[in-house]
Design a protein around this ligand. Structure first.
Ligand code: CIR
Length: 262
């Protein structure tokens, strides 16, 4: 897969709508400020575009408060795209609204049809395998259905566990390059990254773990200076993007885009 795990020519994003204030959250830390979220979102999209990638920006879906977190609806690989089946009932309907955008770029689109569930936030694609974290949103049947598709495409799928109380596997980790990950210590302690180079988030900065490597940049949430410094010292070109409002809904850098080359 060369560097297809972090080099991309395209991304798809969806602007948050007014209904985002009703988005799912594990804990109430206050209503997200839509204007500020839109400003952060614009910065995020501009940074993706700065790498030379083409970004398809989809309109808000007012009927789906969490639709800005578009990553959960699909898995994009060189061979094709796979429509997910979110474990959150309020999010299942988002998938049908993403499919037409993916069809513009992919001839090969598959679909998780159920009865299982799986969300993109639980999937980390590295240069050598696809790691899938079981979570409250991703179950054994969903993983099995994805595995059957990936087997036929020649990708190895390895199932791992998302730490208890953590929304998605990638809430706690990110890919930095083909075989380097950024991870919280609590997730790395599970042993799931054995064989990878692992960089830990700084003490007390677990919320910095959801970053993305997108071409030359690592986009990470602003406000985590220890982790930003560690990444810069390791040679990464870091861009800090405001994430205070998405964080109120347990969302971060990876959730806001589908990234691919097609
Ligand atoms: C949810 O609970 O589904 C949204 N509020 C947050 C989704 C975050 N997505 C992600 O980590 N991939």
């Amino acid at each position: 897969m060369a560097n297809s795990s972090f080099e991309f020519t395209r991304a798809i994003t969806r602007r948050p709508g007014r209904s985002v204030t009703a988005g799912l959250r594990a804990e109430d830390t206050g209503t997200p400020d839509l204007a500020l979220m839109l400003a952060h979102h614009a910065d995020y999209v501009a940074t993706l575009k700065e790498t030379g990638a083409e970004v398809t920006e989809l309109d808000p879906l007012e009927d789906f408060p969490d639709a800005v977190f578009i990553e959960d609806t699909a898995l994009c690989l060189p061979e094709g795209a796979i429509l997910m089946r979110p474990g959150a009932p309020s999010r299942i309907g988002e998938v049908a609204h993403v499919a037409p955008a993916l069809r513009r770029f992919y001839g090969n689109i598959r679909e998780i049809t159920g009865p299982g569930h799986i969300e993109g936030g639980d999937i980390l694609t590295t240069a050598r395998e696809v790691l899938v974290g079981r979570s409250a949103r991703t179950d054994a049947a969903g993983v099995a259905e994805l595995k059957a598709i990936l087997d036929s495409w020649g990708h190895a799928l390895r199932e791992v566990e998302t730490p208890p109380g953590v929304l998605h596997f990638k809430t706690d980790c990110s890919l930095l390059d083909g075989d380097t990950v950024l991870s919280t210590r609590r997730l790395d302690a599970s042993g799931c990254f054995r064989g990878y180079r692992v960089i830990h988030t700084a003490e007390g900065e677990e919320a910095a773990a959801n970053a993305i490597r997108f071409n030359q940049f690592v986009l990470m949430p602003a406000g985590f200076p220890g982790t930003a410094e560690t990444l810069r010292k390791a040679g990464y070109e870091v861009r800090e993007i405001g994430n205070s409002e998405c964080a109120r809904l347990d969302g971060g850098m990876s959730c806001l885009s589908l990234r691919f080359s097609a």
